[in-house]
Design a protein around this ligand. Structure first.
Ligand code: MV4
Length: 504
């Protein structure tokens, strides 16, 4: 094989997304360099890469967020491109800027498009000019309390105060009546100043019980911008998505077409390149409003890949190398249904406390239409240093009911012993009649899952799990007579999940 699109790509990330990106590189024949912190010495992403280099101690600021160390590693190891994944440096415009200085290609958008989308007020102004539907509210940052009063009067209560530097739900405040407005604006400003070092806030009408529907886009340097349809991401807990699917049960072909066109307009107006996601809020009357644009490859990209057949990482690399979007991408349609469940190292039975420890036994579900993107394996150690996402389980089937059934089976077959996970909680969500009916709103978890009865005997589970682990590790086969008396440890959901929950 001749020289690939790049000499070598540095993956500035860890866990499942680093592994996913490396697999994309391998498809294109491009060697990969992993970077890792000292606790990740034996991590899956380090073992998956062609080469790996330690860049610092566990605190992200000294390793996965250290731009200078990453650029230096790229130079030393002949990498001519860097892929940031999601999280860490993915939406920090200083990384593409540092890459440019060092003569390295950044596999992502230009820094100015990233900066524009990082400022929610600036991006609103830009998108209003581009004719994209926006949530009613201020056209610029609120400068005086009179402006807030005026905007709230026009929009009608309840209203929402948001930080310009916010996004992802941070620093938002609902205001229900005029008497509360001034105090809320002042509190929001203080919060924004503390959290982001910028006290710019603005006001929007509060949309009640919305859906969160986003569109995947790709843009190359040859004038092509395409969308790859929607992802429904309404099932989330405290602004953390837990289940995503496509197609959305809420969209008609007519609305889908309009939203897709709006997503392309957003992308073009921002001068955006590479892969991105345009987020919309979708209300009870099927109105949609531009919310923000995520300037990265997203956690939930696999559902789009399964339903459209497009390899998003391959397209990202091609675009960064200056090629056109692949011809087949322009013909992509939505075929079948895909659902993703995020498997977090969090105790789904105990208020989602983070869980850590050694994985004692690990077995992923397999079968047609089952995809697992994971960053752990049978002897991984799950620490508390980083994001608690262990893996993503994605199912694909001809329709939503079958994809859901396949997901429930796959979750039951997913064996993770040694740490607590969100696996069982997911099974309950998927089995809920409101989920089955497709009524997925951003308030779903709060509304339907917060007061569920937990039938959980920790001591019994611990005992069962320990014996399961011992049995699975033992090379001796169990005699037929004994086997008949012993219930399969995998027959019920969950006895293998032991481990500690850590109070923060
Ligand atoms: C809103 C909203 C209702 N009305 N804006 C939360 C994340 C951030 N990107 C914007 N968010 C919201 N903005 C108005 N005017 C409700 C949310 C919201 C939300 C949005 C997407 C996904 C989950 C959410 C959960 C709670 C609130």
């Amino acid at each position: 094989m001749g020289k690939g699109l790049f000499n070598k790509i540095l993956i500035a990330n860890r866990g499942e997304i680093a592994v996913r990106i490396m697999n994309g590189c391998r498809l294109l024949g491009i060697p990969t360099l992993a970077v890792y912190s000292t606790v990740d010495k034996n991590a899956v992403h380090v073992r998956t890469a062609d080469e790996a280099v330690e860049i610092g101690p566990p605190p992200p600021n000294e390793s996965y967020l250290a731009i200078d160390k990453i650029i230096e590693a790229a130079g030393k190891h002949n990498c001519d491109a860097i892929h940031p994944g999601y999280g860490f440096l993915a939406e920090n415009p200083r990384l593409p800027e540092a890459c440019e200085k060092a003569g390295i290609i950044f596999i992502g958008p230009p820094s100015d498009a990233m900066r524009l989308m990082g400022n929610k007020v600036e991006s609103r102004i830009k998108m209003a000019d581009a004719g994209v539907p926006l949530i009613p509210g201020m056209k610029s940052a609120g400068a005086s309390i009179e402006q807030f009063r005026d905007a709230a009067g026009k929009a009608g209560y309840p209203v929402l105060i948001k930080a310009a530097a916010g996004g992802g739900g941070k620093g938002m405040r609902i205001v229900k009546k005029a008497e509360d407005l001034q105090a809320s604006v002042e509190a929001a400003k203080r919060e924004a100043k503390n959290a982001f070092g910028d006290d710019t806030v603005y006001l929007e009408k509060y949309i009640e019980d919305p859906r969160h529907i986003e569109f995947q886009v790709l843009a190359d340097n040859h004038g092509h911008t395409v969308h790859l349809f929607e992802r429904e991401c309404s099932i989330q807990r405290r602004h953390q998505k837990i289940i995503e699917e496509t197609p959305s049960t809420a969209l008609t072909d007519e609305v889908r077409k309009k939203m897709g066109e709006a997503a392309v307009r957003v992308t073009e107006a921002a001068g955006y390149r590479n892969a991105g996601t345009v987020e919309f809020l979708f209300d009870k009357n099927s109105n949609f409003y531009f919310l923000e644009m995520n300037t990265r490859l997203q956690v939930e990209h696999p559902v789009t890949e399964l339903v459209t057949g497009v390899d998003l990482v391959v397209e990202q690399i091609r675009i960064a190398a200056g090629l056109e979007i692949s011809a087949y991408v322009h013909k992509a349609t939505q075929r079948g249904h895909a659902i993703e469940c995020r498997i977090y190292a969090e105790d789904g039975e105990n208020n989602f406390l983070p869980s850590s420890g050694d994985i004692l036994y690990y077995e992923e579900p397999t079968g047609p239409g089952i995809r697992v993107d994971s960053g752990v394996t049978g002897n991984s150690v799950v620490g508390v240093e980083y994001d608690p996402i262990l893996a993503k389980l994605i199912t694909y089937a001809p329709d939503r009911d079958l994809a859901t059934a396949k997901m429930i089976n796959a979750l039951k077959d997913y064996k993770i012993l040694g740490i607590k996970t969100s696996r069982k909680f997911m099974i309950e969500v998927l089995g809920h009649p409101e989920f089955k009916a497709g009524r997925t709103y951003t308030n779903f978890i709060e509304r339907y899952m917060s007061d569920r009865k937990i039938d959980f005997d920790a001591a019994a589970e611990m005992a069962a799990a320990v014996s399961s682990a011992a049995m699975m590790k033992s090379s001796k086969s169990v005699s037929a007579g004994k086997k008949a008396l012993m219930p399969s440890p995998w027959q019920t959901i969950g006895p293998w999940e032991i481990g500690r929950s850590i109070s923060k």
